[in-house]
Design a protein. Structure first.
Length: 151
């Protein structure tokens, strides 16, 4: 039986911003923390220990580009990078996939396109509370990240 990968499907997870040789960067559907993205490995892989050197090198390059890009766009105070695979194990037949959650964190509230983004958990573990924002604002967030990523 072939396992489906939630990130490798045509529609992906959120809006595709950019790709590298080994990774896909998606703007996450929830923007509780302005600029939140998911970075997914392009191949099926269940454990970080299975990544090869070229995938790690590419990821290192991507981290620099993402942090620089989001600094230019939104000026967060810090970044959280997390690799959780817990949701996969809610299924009877789990198939975890390597992906990273990229969460810019803000000590003070930030205004973007008329919306206020605050981070009530600043200094603590981010909480998975969804925040869906209008499609036009999502498009502008994606454009800002992409514009700065490609500088």
């Amino acid at each position: 039986m072939t396992m489906k990968c939630e990130y490798c499907q045509t529609e992906g997870y959120g809006d595709l911003i950019e790709e590298t040789s080994y990774w896909m960067i998606f703007l996450a559907p929830s923007q509780r923390y302005l600029g939140t993205c998911v970075v997914a490995l392009k191949r099926q892989c269940q454990s970080l220990s299975e990544l090869d050197d070229s995938e790690w090198d590419d990821f290192k390059f991507l981290v620099r580009k993402m942090e620089t890009s989001v600094n230019e766009a939104f000026n967060p105070d810090l970044y959280n990078w997390s690799c959780f695979k817990n949701a996969a194990f809610r299924d009877e037949d789990p198939n975890p996939e390597i992906h990273w959650h990229f969460l810019p964190r803000y000590q003070n509230e930030v205004e973007f396109e008329g919306l206020i983004f605050n981070d009530p958990d600043f200094g603590y573990i981010p909480q998975p509370i969804p925040r869906i924002i209008p499609r036009d604002v999502m498009d502008k967030i994606k454009l800002e990240i992409k514009k700065n990523y490609n500088k």
